[in-house]
Write a protein that binds this ligand. Structure first.
Ligand code: ADP
Ligand code: ZN
Length: 758
């Protein structure tokens, strides 16, 4: 008799253990480690999806009557859904991210497995065209998801539910909400073969720029390639630090090609935002069917198909966003993380994993090299490279012939205002723009709106209100419970009423919200350059799916001369014809309550500057600032990463921040503010007490509670506790103890052992 141990996909803490089942005779040669099965579970024998983790030939060692053993119900997929490397990851991931086995299974196995074969689907249609049109024009619809769905259905007709949701980016609840208004109805039927294959992958476009030319590596690239090649078969992290345009991609591709030639597999991670149709098509062009490309535009069916090709070894290079680190590749010989500093590598929902941590686990399990590549590595990565933990590979020159780094100028906006140019477009930037237009070249303008709207800046000098203890900008806090507004330091909890803020630069006492007006900018542009077409890309103009792409394509095709946008446009896009870049409100970029904001600010300015002069014409970059002597701007202007790093690592050391200490966050969220304050008090007392008993060698420090930077979210209020310690694993131990001692129903908590992004 064969028996097997399984883990439940929907496990909760109490059921998060291995259960033993009998394997029915007819499945004996099919059920193996990694099989996906249905099992009867609990008193009601409800059917649960489960993963087989081991199979044995006898029931001797299970310790109870084998006749009482329940038996597997059915096999959900003919092939195993996890290979042995993935199975080996379950335990380390659980302890690292304090999640259940089921959470790990959900991250590794696409949700479509086991259901895809049925190919039955729900369709959505409009009940009455007239009624729908009336509702749309009445202005009564408040939700943009509702409006988008109705508009789509009116123009496209009956649509599969999932397709509709993915196209307009709406939730099931929103769809049901629309049905409750009586304007749409659902129906269910089997899909035809054509419909299953519908929404095909963007066809490979074989024309010019979608294919990358294969280059002979230059000397620097060759050194990097050789180092990686020689460590194939050994676990080793490489930090490939190369300025923008230095040809890092070429190095990745050469290394990947080498591994593929040797019959191995590659995981190649890129930020989601870089997975444009162009990227997808040149990857396909270069690697053909050997590549599986995972991106957000794929339907569930397509995701499943790509995943299936990977697990069967048909696709041997996986290119995708952070979730592709879980890909079921068999003979992993190389992992690449491009733009390793990118915040998208940190998961923002539970489990809040950091992709690099998982990459390092996989690197050890498979004994293979891992390349972290960036023009602006994370301070923690550079620190590890300096310590010899990572091997540093440097590319100091731009790779394309004649391409040089742009000329960066910091413009003092206080002077510009005095000279009558206003605080949006400086004189030097205007001159450069006119010159570019005369040569029919393009211009990009960056505005920054993220994060800083919750901080205050000094009205006279532009300096933000800083915490005197922590040197981070304080967060504006507005609570119904407290009359008046407060400034709070997210790190140490230091709190003052807004009226008491004093500027540390000029001792000014008047503060205002910082910001750059998009609308005023557009008006000025129209006035100054009436013949030039402007495109705008920000949260508002990219609501509709595909909008982001279409704006970039228009700009690439030179249908506009100026692209105005937030940091979204800074990343990875290569526009050969852009020669002038303006960063408006450059100070604001680094101004946030998060200790990683300088790192991000430096990265963004470097990225923005890297957009200029990608072709043969040298670029010009203008950083407009109210505080031109801000060291961060000076380092960025000189593209001097090392100087930036020196000052930043010093700050981190003094403030005991990563890499010197691990920073963890426990967030308590409740719908009632009074209840929140009371329970946060209980937790504070407990944590203070608990941590005071710990050995001082563990390095615990404890702060809080303070209101979260986004205090009110979806009807809940949130308080944050910050714990520092010398190791991430100590933070995990604290949280495990908290979870044992506090009822999650009364104290809804979430935890992050790597707080503040990636
Ligand atoms: P990075 O990823 O470091 O920003 P890319 O890999 O995108 O840089 O390379 C920048 C440009 O240089 C690309 O247009 C690329 O085709 C070109 N390039 C890369 N390597 C070489 C080389 N060895 N010789 C000439 N051009 C190169
Ligand atoms: Zn502080």
């Amino acid at each position: 008799m064969k028996v097997c141990k399984v883990l439940l996909r929907e496990s909760v803490r109490q059921t998060d253990k291995a259960y033993t089942y009998k394997v029915p005779e007819e499945l004996e040669d099919k059920v193996v480690s990694g099989s996906y099965v249905k099992v009867p579970f609990g008193f009601g024998n409800r059917k649960e999806t489960a993963l087989v983790i081991s199979v044995s030939d006898s029931a001797d060692d299970i310790g109870f009557d084998p006749k009482k053993l329940k038996q597997i119900d059915s096999l959900l997929d003919l092939y195993p859904v996890m290979n042995k490397d993935q199975l080996a990851l379950i335990e380390p991931l659980k302890s690292r991210f304090l999640c259940t086995s089921g959470d790990v299974i959900s991250m590794m196995v696409p949700s479509a497995v086991g259901t895809i074969a049925k190919a039955k689907a729900t369709f959505v249609d409009i009940t009455s065209r007239q009624q729908a049109e009336e509702l749309l024009s009445s202005g009564k619809l408040r939700s943009s998801a509702h409006i988008n769905m109705l508009e789509y259905l009116l123009s496209e007709g009956i649509t599969e539910r999932k397709k509709l949701l993915s196209i307009v980016n709406a939730s099931d609840a929103q769809l049901r909400g629309l049905r409750d208004k009586g304007v749409i109805e659902f129906s269910t039927r089997m899909l035809t073969r054509e419909e299953v294959d519908d929404v095909k992958e963007t066809p490979v476009n074989e024309s010019d720029e979608s294919f990358r030319v294969v280059h002979e590596l230059n000397d620097e690239q060759t050194v990097a390639f050789t180092a990686v090649k020689e460590s194939i078969g050994k676990p080793q992290v490489f930090l490939l630090h190369g300025i923008t345009g230095s040809g890092k991609t070429e190095v990745y591709l050469k290394c990947a090609g080498e591994v593929l030639d040797r019959g191995g597999c590659v995981i190649y991670l890129v930020p989601e935002i870089s997975l444009t149709p162009q990227t997808v098509s040149w990857i396909r062009g270069r690697f053909g069917d050997l590549a599986a490309v995972m991106h957000s535009r794929l339907t569930d069916r397509q995701k499943y198909d790509e995943w299936d090709r990977i697990r069967r070894g048909q696709a041997r290079i996986v290119v995708g966003p952070r979730s592709s680190i879980f890909a079921p590749v068999e003979d992993l010989k190389l992992i690449i993380i491009d733009e390793e500093h990118d915040t998208s590598y940190k998961s923002e929902s539970f489990p809040k994993y950091n992709t690099r941590d998982i990459a390092i686990l996989r690197m050890r399990l498979s004994s293979c090299p891992l390349i972290l590549g960036s023009a602006t590595p994370l301070v923690t990565s550079k620190f590890a490279a300096d310590k010899g933990i990572y091997k540093l590979l440097k590319l100091n020159k731009r790779a394309a012939r004649d391409a040089v780094l742009p000329e960066v100028t910091i413009v003092d906006m206080k002077e510009q205002v005095k000279e009558g140019y206003g605080d949006l477009l400086s004189g030097p930037l205007r001159v450069a723009m006119s010159q570019a237009f005369a040569k029919d070249q393009q211009v990009m303008l960056f505005l920054n709106r993220r994060g800083y709207s919750r901080t205050l800046v000094c009205s006279s000098c532009g300096e933000p209100a800083y915490c005197p203890n922590c040197s981070v900008a304080m967060t504006l806090h507005n609570s119904k419970r407290i009359a008046g507004r407060l400034l709070i330091c997210h790190y140490c909890g230091y709190t003052i009423p807004c009226e008491e803020a004093v500027c540390r630069e000029c001792e000014g006492t008047k503060f205002k919200r910082a910001g750059v007006g998009t609308q005023q900018l557009e008006e000025i542009l129209k006035e100054l350059y009436p013949d030039r077409k402007v495109l705008r890309m920000d949260q508002d103009t990219t609501m509709m799916p595909g909008a982001h792409e279409s704006i970039l394509t228009k700009f690439r095709n030179h249908e506009a001369d100026i692209l105005v946008g937030t940091q979204m446009i800074a990343k990875g896009h290569d526009f050969a014809n852009v020669t002038v870049v303006g960063v408006l409100g450059a100070d604001l970029i680094s101004m946030s309550s998060d200790y990683k904001s300088s790192e991000r600010g430096f990265e963004l300015i470097t990225q923005a500057a890297g957009r200029a002069g990608r072709g043969t014409d040298p670029g010009k970059v203008y950083l407009q600032s109210l505080r031109p002597d801000n060291p961060l701007l000076m380092y960025a202007a000189k593209q001097d990463y090392d100087a930036f790093y020196e000052s930043e690592i010093h700050y981190r050391e003094v403030m005991k921040l990563p890499p010197f200490k691990a920073v963890g966050e426990i967030v308590l969220s409740l719908p009632d503010e009074d209840m929140l304050v009371a329970r946060a008090g209980d937790l504070q007392k407990y944590l203070k007490d608990f941590l005071s008993y710990q050995d001082s060698s563990l390095g615990f420090e404890f702060y809080g509670p303070v209101p979260a930077p986004i205090y009110e979210l979806r009807g809940r209020f949130r308080y944050v506790f910050m714990i520092k310690s010398s190791k991430k694993s100590y933070l995990n131990e604290v949280y495990k103890q908290v979870m044992e001692d506090f009822d999650p129903n009364l104290y809804p908590l979430s935890f992050d052992n790597d707080a503040g992004g990636s």
